[in-house]
Write a protein that binds this ligand. Structure first.
Ligand SMILES: [Zn+2]
Length: 177
């Protein structure tokens, strides 16, 4: 697992109920899984990665990835569960997104594919089709999944329980390197 180390939980005053809650830490993947699969030499020689962009230059093709967020609503609590997920995009999308990145352009939609395996799902989450919608104020773009029968997409549509969210957070904590 390649989770990013999460910071301590922050509290926030809830706009829904007025109470103070502890925020769930984001479940953020450090890299696209395809970067994680590379050996150390290839990581050095054919890949470039930053907090928001990753490029892998294979002899036959170049793969491009951007960091996005995906939010699962929680049915029985006020918090949401946020994932930090890498999405592969076309060269055109990558170049345009990168050019606009500093300009905070909101509401642009790009097509991409999820490039992280979320461990809670029996069926692979790699390659799921999504739209990526840009946000202003330096907020990472948000995933809007395409309709599908995948459990992740059902969870995105319907939400998950707080106990399931806590279980996923605990699972991540146990797997942080
Ligand atoms: Zn609340």
């Amino acid at each position: 697992m390649f989770w990013k180390k999460s910071k301590n939980r922050k509290s926030f005053k809830c706009s829904k109920c007025g109470e103070v809650h502890d925020q769930l830490p984001a479940l953020a993947f450090l890299t696209p899984d395809y970067y994680g699969y590379l050996n150390d030499e290839d990581k050095k020689n054919i890949a470039e990665i930053s907090d928001d962009f990753c490029v892998i230059k294979h002899p036959e093709q170049t793969d491009r990835f951007i960091r996005t967020t995906m939010t699962l609503q929680i049915i029985d609590a006020c918090e949401d569960l946020d994932y930090g997920i890498w999405v592969s995009v076309s060269e055109k999308t990558f170049d345009e997104y990168k050019t606009d990145f500093k300009n905070n352009i909101e509401g642009k939609t790009y097509f991409g594919r999820i490039c992280n395996e979320i461990p809670e799902y029996r069926e692979s989450t790699l390659g799921l089709h999504v739209n990526v919608v840009t946000k202003s104020n330096g907020i990472r773009p948000e995933i809007i999944p395409h309709e599908s029968g995948h459990e992740l997409i059902k969870d995105w549509e319907k939400g998950i329980t707080i106990s399931e969210a806590e279980r996923r957070v605990q699972n991540m904590m146990n797997n942080v390197g």
